[in-house]
Design a protein around this ligand. Structure first.
Ligand code: PMP
Length: 486
């Protein structure tokens, strides 16, 4: 441990030298150095407090003492890899299963959402003996090969071409989607799945499964219309496939209406995957499925999956959700936020659509309400202007114009009102045209930070730290260090 923390500049330089360029940062032009967090607040290296609207991983609040204590205590007692009988593991599995419909009764423990989805694919294939999957356009399901093939949102950047075993259908978007004006959009969108299955069959292929989030966050926070999932699940099952619900972002009460998002739609998936919120920051994930599907794979190994620390932490997270009534709180606070946004919407031509449920909220930024043209630039500037007001929100979705709120579940109505007020101020500014210069207009070449952002948004960038002291330049590369040694 260094005696003194690194300066902002040094951390930035070292990151550039030692981490892959492809590793993305929030606020790339003026990234934050967050040094601690508590509840729904993040603190940077200069002590500034930020309201956190994006850390769905910190489900019950950053560093919740009950969760921290459970992890620390277990860490000091026993940490084994898989393969021993362990009370915590079976008790935790039982607690998760008690929240689910009867048929979802067998758990597998893993360490990340990607691993959970990969196992779900393997289970679907071994159970159905089929190979193909249907996914929604713009979806993201994980950062490993099998899942990037099923994540159309990443194909362009990663130069991935669609494989023959992947079938892509439209996300059931009622705001700007293809069938938004249809009398029965649920049916129209579900029929796309039906025809994808039919087309696959005509080519001699068969569907192993349909993989989607029940509330499609990565597609721009799309809550599917009534009956859509019911119809899709019945089409998939009648073709011999299984239905996989990816609740890696939306599970564990986040939607406010029910503990699992699929329950809002009156369906039960054959395979459920859960990740991020389970461990409140501790890496853990699960697959829960039926006995028949679980028994179809010959063998399963995970070194860390379901280790005693993970299970102790997971159990503590469930305690907090229950004790602090976080599910009903999510419902009320989400309503408070969306009502507030709807109240200011008439004043803002750029506030296109406000949607979501509980602590899963998407706000579309458009050039104007008539054309609904997505404004990625407006959303980006808005994110930086909100940062100036010490609120952290990301712009996401297929056009990067959906301000996506997935805050820790301890978010309050006061926090929600603050966010609404900040949107009101920032949007008024942007709509007046005082802030909408392109982000890449001019650059400070040394730090690679556009000057218009820095001048407009000073203070919160942390760059004040840069000139505090003269310090040694970090060598540019490993090669440079070896050269110096010679
Ligand atoms: N599915 C969804 C819906 C996700 O949002 C993510 C992570 N953003 C993943 C899967 C992958 O999870 P992980 O990063 O934990 O592997």
């Amino acid at each position: 441990m260094p005696e003194k923390p690194l300066t902002y500049k040094k951390t930035l330089q070292m990151r550039r030298n030692y981490l892959g360029r492809a590793c993305k940062l929030h606020f790339e032009v003026s990234p934050l150095k967050i040094v601690r967090a508590s509840k729904q607040y993040l603190y940077d290296d200069s002590g500034s407090e930020y309201l956190d609207c994006i850390s769905n991983v910190s489900h019950v609040g950053h560093c919740h003492p009950h969760v921290v204590h459970a992890g620390q205590e277990q860490m000091g007692k026993l940490v084994t890899s898989a393969g021993f009988l362990d009370d915590k593991m079976v008790e935790y599995a039982k607690r998760i299963i008690e929240t689910l419909p009867d048929q979802l009764c067998v758990c597998f423990f893993l360490n990340s959402g990607s691993e959970a989805n990969d196992l779900a694919l393997r289970l679907a294939r071994s159970y159905t003996k089929n190979e193909d999957f249907v996914v929604l356009d713009h979806a993201y399901h994980g950062n490993i090969g099998s899942l990037l093939e099923l994540s159309p949102s990443k194909w362009k950047n990663l130069n991935i071409t669609k494989k023959e075993w992947v079938h892509v259908v439209d996300c059931p978007d009622l705001y700007r989607g293809r069938h938004k004006d249809d009398a029965n959009p649920s049916l129209k969108y579900a029929q796309e799945v039906h025809s994808a299955i039919k087309k696959a069959k005509e080519k001699g292929r068969s569907i192993a499964g349909f993989l989607s989030e029940p509330l499609m966050t990565l597609c721009g926070v799309i809550n599917p219309p009534k009956n859509y999932l019911k119809l899709v699940y019945s089409f998939v099952r009648s073709s011999g496939g299984v239905c996989i619900a990816d609740e890696i972002q939306v599970g564990l009460g986040r939607c406010g209406e029910s503990f699992w998002a699929f329950q809002m739609h009156g369906v039960v998936p054959d395979i459920l995957t859960v990740g991020k919120p389970l461990g409140n920051g501790h890496p853990m994930a699960m697959v829960v499925t039926t006995k028949e599907i679980a028994d179809s794979i010959g063998e399963f190994n995970s070194t860390f999956g379901g280790n005693p620390v993970a299970c102790a932490v997971g159990m503590a997270v469930l305690d907090v959700i229950q004790n602090e009534k976080l599910m009903s709180s999510a419902r009320n606070v989400g309503k408070c936020l969306m009502d507030g946004m709807r109240a200011i919407a008439p004043n803002h031509p750029m506030l296109g659509d406000i949607r979501g449920t509980g602590m899963v909220i998407g706000i579309e930024i458009v050039t104007d309400k008539e054309s609904k043209k997505p404004s990625k630039e407006g959303a980006e500037i808005l994110a930086y202007k909100l940062k100036e007001q010490k609120i952290i929100i990301a712009n996401d979705g297929p056009h990067k114009n959906v301000m996506t709120l997935l805050p820790p579940m301890c978010f309050t109505c006061d926090n929600a009102r603050r966010v609404v007020q900040a949107f009101d101020l920032a949007l008024a500014d942007i709509e007046k045209g005082t802030s909408n210069k392109p982000l890449d207009q001019s650059e400070d070449t040394k730090m690679n930070i556009p000057l218009n952002i820095l001048s407009g948004l000073g203070g919160s960038t942390g760059l004040g730290m840069m000139d505090e002291e003269e310090e040694e330049e970090e060598p540019d590369s490993k090669r440079a260090r070896y050269d110096e040694m010679d």
